[in-house]
Design a binder for this molecule. Structure first.
Ligand code: PEP
Length: 259
C-alpha cells in the first residue's frame, strides 16, 4: 500500500471548533485537475464537523482526515486522552506522532513516539512521524544526528520495522525543523532537501529500497502559499505539512494547487 505524492497536509493545532470545521470545506477550491493527496488534522472534537462539511461539499473522497495525537493505550483511565481505535471509529485514517509541540511543549520522548506509532499501526491507521532539530542543534551541525535518532527510535523496533518494510502498513515522515515552526522562518529548499536526502538514505537502509523510496517525506515549517511551490519542487520533498496557513481555506487551496 503506498501513499500517492505529492501530499499536502494541514495541521490546525488547537484552532477551529466543530462549527468552523463544518464550514471550512465551503471555502476549499480543489478542482478536478488537483492531483495532491490532501490530509487535514483538525482538533479531535472538530473531526465530525469537518467530516460532515466535506460530505456536504462533495469533498469526502478528496480530503483525508487525521488526528493530531493519540495515547499509546487503546482504552483505560487516562483522563483527557483519546485512543487510536477511537480516532479510527470517528473517521480518522492518519495520526501525527512526535510533532515538535508534543515533544517540546508536552515533553514527549522518543520512547513515547515509539509506543504511539505502535498503537497507530495496531489500529490500522497511518502514522505521520514528525522529526526535526532545534536551532541550537542545527547551529552545532547536529541535524542528521537528531533526525536520524528520532526516526530510529521508531524503526529500531523489529515489529514496527518489519510491518512497514512488508509494504502492508503505509508510513509517512515529516521533516519539521523546530526553529521554522510557527516562526515565519522557512528552511531553504536546499536545507530541506539535504535533510530529506539523509532521511531517505536511512529509510532505504532500514526498510529496503522499494518501501524506503515509497515513504513520502513532507517538509513542515512556515509553509505559505508563496513558498510552497518552490519547496515542493526541491529534490526528495514529497509534500508539505502546513500549520498556520492551513487555517484559511483559500490559502490552503493555493498550497494544494501548487503541489
Ligand atoms: C506545523 O504545525 O506542523 C507547522 C509546520 O506549523 P507552521 O506551518 O505554522 O509553521
Amino acid at each position: 500500500m503506498t501513499v500517492p505524492r505529492k501530499v499536502v497536509a494541514g495541521n490546525w493545532k488547537m484552532n477551529h471548533g466543530p462549527e468552523e470545521a463544518r464550514e471550512f470545506p465551503l471555502g476549499l477550491n480543489i478542482g478536478d485537475n488537483v492531483t495532491a493527496h490532501v490530509l487535514l488534522f483538525p482538533p479531535a472534537l472538530a473531526l465530525a464537523g469537518l467530516r460532515a462539511g466535506l460530505e456536504s461539499a462533495g469533498l469526502a473522497q478528496r480530503v483525508h482526515l487525521g488526528v493530531q495525537n493519540v495515547h499509546a493505550e487503546d482504552s483505560g483511565a487516562f483522563t483527557g486522552e483519546i485512543s487510536a481505535p477511537m480516532a479510527a471509529a470517528a473517521g480518522a485514517r492518519y495520526v501525527l506522532v512526535g510533532h515538535s509541540e508534543r515533544r517540546h511543549v508536552f515533553g514527549e520522548t522518543d520512547g513515547d513516539t515509539l509506543q504511539k506509532v505502535a498503537a497507530v499501526l495496531r489500529s490500522g491507521l497511518t502514522p505521520v512521524l514528525c522529526v526535526g532539530e532545534k536551532l541550537g542543534e542545527r547551529e552545532a551541525d547536529r541535524v542528521e544526528e537528531v533526525i536520524l535518532r528520532q526516526l530510529d527510535a521508531v524503526l529500531g523496533s523489529d515489529t514496527i520495522r518489519s510491518k512497514v518494510a512488508s509494504g502492508d502498513a503505509p508510513f509517512l515522515l515529516a521533516y519539521e525543523p523546530v526553529w521554522a515552526i510557527g516562526t515565519g522562518r522557512t528552511a531553504t529548499p536546499d536545507d530541506a532537501s539535504a535533510a530529506h536526502q539523509a532521511l531517505r538514505n536511512h529509510l532505504v537502509e532500514r526498510l529496503g529500497s522499494s518501501v524506503g523510496r515509497a515513504v513520502p517525506i513532507l517538509y513542515g515549517g512556515s509553509v505559505k502559499p508563496d513558498n510552497a511551490g518552490e519547496l515542493m519542487e526541491a529534490p526528495e520533498v514529497d509534500g508539505v505539512l502546513v500549520g498556520g496557513a492551513s487555517l484559511d481555506p483559500d490559502g490552503f487551496s493555493r498550497i494544494i494547487q501548487a503541489a
